[in-house]
Design a protein around this ligand. Structure first.
Ligand SMILES: Nc1ncnc2c1ncn2[C@@H]1O[C@H](COP(=O)(O)OP(=O)(O)OP(=O)(O)O)[C@@H](O)[C@H]1O
Ligand SMILES: [Mg+2]
Length: 219
């Protein structure tokens, strides 16, 4: 499989950008891929979280994308690049989007979170991405009436959807305590997060085949 670079962005804070970065990076590393983690957020949450599981997996951490992560560079011979962005649409985010093949935009299931999405989309498209390269992660989406309304709005807007995650308390504790994100979760609990992971790789395969119509459709 062709190497893939993803970045996680939003101009809203606390929506799951770093969590999405961790899920992508740890799942790929667990499957034997060589992963390069790039944390361009000054908070360095992604860096710290990955550092905690560093002895378990085959990955490298870089603080910036500045030294040009040319994908052909021998020292940077990785299968997956994951770039975690700060809560901003600034120059650093611009650079990350330009570099990424797929832009992931986690959002929570409330009106303020989704009202922000058109701006984020336009920003990514302005950096030269096709709309099919930019996908939303519905994060902490339960079954409340509000969430159903929000899902209807998202569906009307036809945003590609990379995943639908429930809230899961294991994830918070695992990350903070240096365990892989899935630790202590049964197969059913892991499933929405693993489906997201697979969907990203399937989308990448389809993008490589110029399939912009069904990029994010379930197989
Ligand atoms: N699906 C989930 N279930 C439970 N907790 C979650 C979930 N997604 C994110 N969280 C928790 O919510 C908090 C915020 O998530 P995260 O740090 O990934 O957001 P962020 O968008 O990167 O925030 P920031 O804007 O500060 O960078 C973290 O404590 C994280 O563990
Ligand atoms: Mg973050």
């Amino acid at each position: 499989m062709e190497k893939l670079a993803v970045c996680c962005i939003n101009r809203k804070g606390g929506v799951g950008k770093t969590t999405a970065s961790i899920i992508m990076a740890q799942t790929a590393a667990e499957r034997g891929m060589r992963v390069l983690c790039v944390d361009v957020d000054d908070q360095k949450n992604f860096f710290d979280a990955m550092d905690l599981v560093r002895d378990k997996y085959n990955f490298k951490i870089k603080p910036e994308i500045k030294d040009r992560l040319d994908k052909g560079d021998a020292d940077l011979d990785f299968d997956l690049f994951v770039i975690d962005c700060p809560v901003a649409l600034d120059q650093v985010t611009e650079e990350a989007i330009s570099f990424a093949d797929i832009v992931l935009v986690p959002t929570l299931g409330d009106l303020f979170s989704i009202s922000n999405l058109p701006v984020v989309y336009d920003f990514a498209v302005a950096q030269g991405k096709y709309p099919a390269q930019v996908a939303v992660i519905k994060n902490s989406f339960g079954t409340t009436r509000t969430v159903k309304d929000i899902e209807q709005i998202l569906s009307n807007k036809q945003y590609p959807i990379a995943g639908r995650w429930p809230r899961n308390e294991h994830i918070i504790n695992n990350i903070i305590e240096g365990r892989p994100w899935w630790s202590g979760m049964d197969a059913r609990q892991r499933q929405p997060f693993l489906t997201f992971y697979s969907k990203v790789w399937t989308a990448w395969k389809r993008l490589l085949a110029d399939d912009l119509e069904t990029t994010w459709k379930m197989a």
